[in-house]
Design a protein around this ligand. Structure first.
Ligand code: FAD
Ligand code: EPU
Length: 342
């Protein structure tokens, strides 16, 4: 496929922002990617890698060449007694991939059901939900260097995974295009229900404990998520807009005296995680409509597009929220969503 000009990115981002890409190219093979990089070497043209557009805020029109990841395919890499290594290409839809692994009786991804986006983006912020993070099932990834076109393999350690974080959001930001990810899955149906809401949901669904299979956990996670989060097909959003902040014990104790009902989760090393949704709700933002934007009525951490919002409007709302949480609690929220202005 050849480069297209002046393409609206509205169908390509879950916020539904109508930003224009000056140049847009669908990448269906590694050789096309490498050739494109080579062609660009003599120019100053920058590139932006686009997956499913479910964790970006397009602040303005994009002058970089947008490379849309459409590499497809999955294969078995290796098998051992209780494990199987599955490799999936970057453009595979994440949730479809999760469902496919469950159909094959490969386990480990069930808690990560219904997360939007692509396989290739999953390591970027080490996606996580319901007690599991990508790093728990990650083996390695292959990525093409955006300057040289060379393919490099990264193991888990090299990715420097953290909470909603990896080396690709820091030191190597914008330098590599992930082309495939290999997962180490289990062939034993061990389930993880330590995240309390899963057990409650399995009970609500009247599934007896002896039938708590990985498929049942996936169904429960899908049900919880569908009740809490807005469906981007109906209301534009990018999931949690901010990360949940982590604060030290001393700061937590001071806040606890001021706000005795503060919600918190104790972490190792005397740190406390405070749900950003709680902080934002306490500042009066939950369900508030601000022009074309606002926060979701059931989840204050999710910023929404009520219609024709621009990226700038959503960005400005996020700045106001950061300011008011800072004023009330002395905590500085940081954005989880990738703000794109290139
Ligand atoms: P994009 O939004 O297209 O890109 C995100 C970033 O990754 C951009 O900087 C982009 O340049 C870069 N990128 C994308 N693909 C590649 C690649 N192949 N190589 C290099 N860089 C790349 N996230 C969670 O962790 N947990 C959740 O529970 C969760 N729930 C969500 C619920 C909703 C309703 C929505 C809308 C989002 C949610 N998210 C969640 C966020 C989002 O689904 C994930 O971050 C997802 O991995 C983004 O994938 P994507 O393909 O859409 O990436
Ligand atoms: N809360 C409020 N008001 C709100 C929203 C939340 O008070 O409006 C409080 C409640 O006390 C609730 C707590 O916050 O119990 C936690 O809320 P929730 O269970 O909805 O989870 P979250 O912390 O808001 C995180 C992730 C989600 C992930 C879920 C489940 C982050 C930034 N977000 O949300 O990930 O799906 O846990 O594991 O870590 C995403 O990254 O885009 C995302 C959706």
């Amino acid at each position: 496929m050849s480069i297209q000009s002046n393409i609206s990115l509205q169908p390509y981002n879950t916020f539904g922002i109508d930003a224009i890409a000056k140049q847009f190219l669908s990448i269906e093979s590694i050789s096309t990617l490498q050739k494109t990089i080579q062609d660009l070497q003599s120019s100053n043209q920058s590139v932006f890698i686009l997956g499913g557009g479910s964790n970006i805020l397009l602040k303005n029109d994009i002058s970089a060449l947008v490379l849309k990841m459409d590499l497809k395919g999955k294969s078995i890499f290796k098998k051992e007694e209780n494990n199987i290594w599955v490799k999936a290409k970057a453009g595979e839809n994440w949730h479809d991939f999760v469902l496919w692994t469950l159909q094959q009786n490969y386990y480990g991804l069930e808690n990560l059901s219904l997360i939007p986006g692509t396989v290739g983006a999953s390591p970027i912020q080490n996606i996580g939900a319901y007690g599991v993070e990508l790093k728990d099932v990650f083996e390695s990834l292959e990525a093409v260097h955006l300057q040289t076109g060379e393919i490099k393999t990264f193991n888990k350690e090299a990715c420097q995974f953290g909470y909603r974080d990896s080396i690709f959001k820091n030191k190597l930001k914008g330098q590599f295009c992930i082309v495939s990810v290999t997962f180490k899955l289990s062939t034993l149906p061990t389930i993880r229900t330590d995240y309390g809401a899963i057990k409650t949901q399995l009970q609500v669904m009247e599934i007896p404990e002896k039938d708590w299979t990985p498929q049942a956990v996936s169904d429960a996670v899908i049900a919880i998520r569908s009740s809490k989060l807005p469906n981007p097909a109906e209301i534009g959003n990018s999931g949690s807009f901010f990360k949940n902040p982590e604060i030290p014990l001393a700061q937590f104790e001071t806040l606890k005296t001021q706000f005795p009902h503060i919600v918190s989760y104790a972490l190792p090393n005397n740190q406390f995680k405070i749900p950003a949704g709680w902080l934002i709700e306490q500042c009066g933002w939950k369900g508030k409509v601000v022009g074309n934007t606002g926060t979701y009525k059931h989840q204050a951490l999710v910023l929404v597009n009520h219609g024709n919002a621009t990226g700038e409007e959503i960005y400005n709302l996020s700045t106001q929220i950061i300011q008011s949480v800072k004023n009330k609690f002395g905590i500085e929220l940081s954005r989880e969503v990738n703000v794109v202005e290139c």
